[in-house]
Design a protein around this ligand. Sequence first.
Ligand code: SF4
Length: 392
Amino acid sequence: MIHCNMPSISDSLSLYLHIPFCAAKCSYCAFNTYIHLEHLIDDFVKAMKREIEIVGAGQGVGTIFFGGGTPSLLSPEQFVTLLEAINRSFAVQPDAEISLEANPNDLNRDYLTALRRAGLNRISIGMQTANANELKLFSRRHDNDAVAKAVSAAAGAGFDNINLDLIYGFPHQTMDSWETSLQQMLLLKPEHISLYALGLEPGTAMNAWVEGGRLPAPDDDLAADMYERASEVLAEHGFEQYEISNWSLPGRECRHNLQYWLNLPYAGLGPGAHGFANGVRYSVLLSPQKYIRALREATDAYPFPYSPATENATIVSRDAEISETLIMGLRLTQRGIPRLEFARRFGVDLLDLHGGTLQRYVDYGLLNVSDERVRLTEQGRLLSNMIFRELV
Ligand code: SF4
């Protein structure tokens, strides 16, 4: 069933703010994030405030997401500074979803109460696994008890929209340990769940361990079985899958991430952030030090969505926007691509554009095409990358 509260095409902008600091580097992580740079956080917040003022020109904003890195390394006062700047520079909707990603170790009741007062209303906690040995393999700085305490503190502080992340398909993980992690997570009663298959990224410790033979390579077949098992378990507990890697209780889909999957505009701020707005796809320079320097002296006006920290920008052609809309929209497992909405946005029926390819995947049992929409079948969710590659 398609939720009536699933947004369709909207004009509001989303804001992604990248906080590039971490207290420790996880073994699988390839994000643009740095350890031992916490002394830069004050200057960084000033720079980000300046970037907000340059990029903001009164645009309507429906969602704000502080991601990272570890945004929970910022103090409540620093969130207040950034959110006040956002409210002065953009027209933030009264019901805006305002999220942060957090490490469980950073979360206590006082901190969370202050964040809630500052306006944050959704929190995403990196649980990753309930197994102590697996947490060590990931070089995570928290233990499983810290997750339970963090969730309880968040609920006590008034957060009623909590996401937990888990990772599956990594070396030495067994189906038993996966089921334990799922069950432990469900005991914490989150409103939203993200399950990520481990990707071995170049430059990460985990990748080096696998390449050097210290760890076995991940088992893709076992990972697919884990995914299917998780889908069953989460459905039994009332969670609805709405995206390839995301499940929620009814009405608790992540509005911010939906903006990405619907290929709608978002401004990316902070080192290494990506954005798509005003027909331009762009990224912000990676280095926190260069970012701070670029914004420290900035006084000029810049056309939206640029700032002095913009590094790469590409004007998105209509063909590219169509491809991106297809491959991101197909990630939405229930919604898929509504054909009428697609035709209104691009002036062409999806089947006239890609009918042959789509029919082939219908024949393979990987896609479902109806008068209303095109979407992946359950089997198609496991092989989505193959379909996406062909639609690019
Ligand atoms: S806390 Fe998150 S961003 Fe930081 S190193 Fe670990 S996975 Fe990467």
